[in-house]
Design a protein around this ligand. Structure first.
Ligand SMILES: [Fe+2]
Length: 138
């Protein structure tokens, strides 16, 4: 289950709020995947993909601007992880016919990918720039 946890919090509100929203989008996906009352939720999947894409592009841009402003040495590798994430979303978006004909499977794939990536990225990759950002805020 994809829910916000205390360990995700950095004490940097601009980033924490965006991460919360990302986890929320993941949570809606989880609800959708467990909704057995119907079998067509193509529109919702596409809406979520779009929201996720827009949202992560903005979030990554903000985050990168913050850590670049303090000269974070892991900047390149971190940006690369962001790129891979956006690419993966684009892969889903590029074949909406496949999404339509395999909705449940797509949703499960997407959910697995998002859950793993978000949690690992937030607790590991993102956490690495936190001390530097917090020190710069003082
Ligand atoms: Fe990040």
């Amino acid at each position: 289950m994809l829910v916000w946890k205390k360990e995700f919090e950095f004490g940097i509100p601009a980033i924490d709020d965006q991460h919360k929203r990302l986890i929320e989008i993941g949570g809606s996906m989880f609800e959708l995947v467990n909704d057995d009352t119907r079998d067509d939720y193509f529109d919702e999947i596409v809406a979520m993909l779009k929201e996720l894409e827009n949202y992560t592009v903005n979030h990554f841009r903000d985050e990168e601007a913050l850590f670049d402003a303090v000269g974070y040495v892991g900047s390149m590798a971190h940006k690369f992880e962001h790129k891979i994430f956006v690419k993966k979303l684009e892969t889903f978006m590029s074949d909406l016919d496949a999404v339509d004909s395999n909705q449940k499977e797509t949703l499960l794939n997407l959910l697995n990918f998002i859950a793993d990536w978000l949690v690992l990225h937030i607790v590991k990759t993102d956490r690495e720039y936190v001390p530097l950002l917090l020190a710069a805020q003082k």
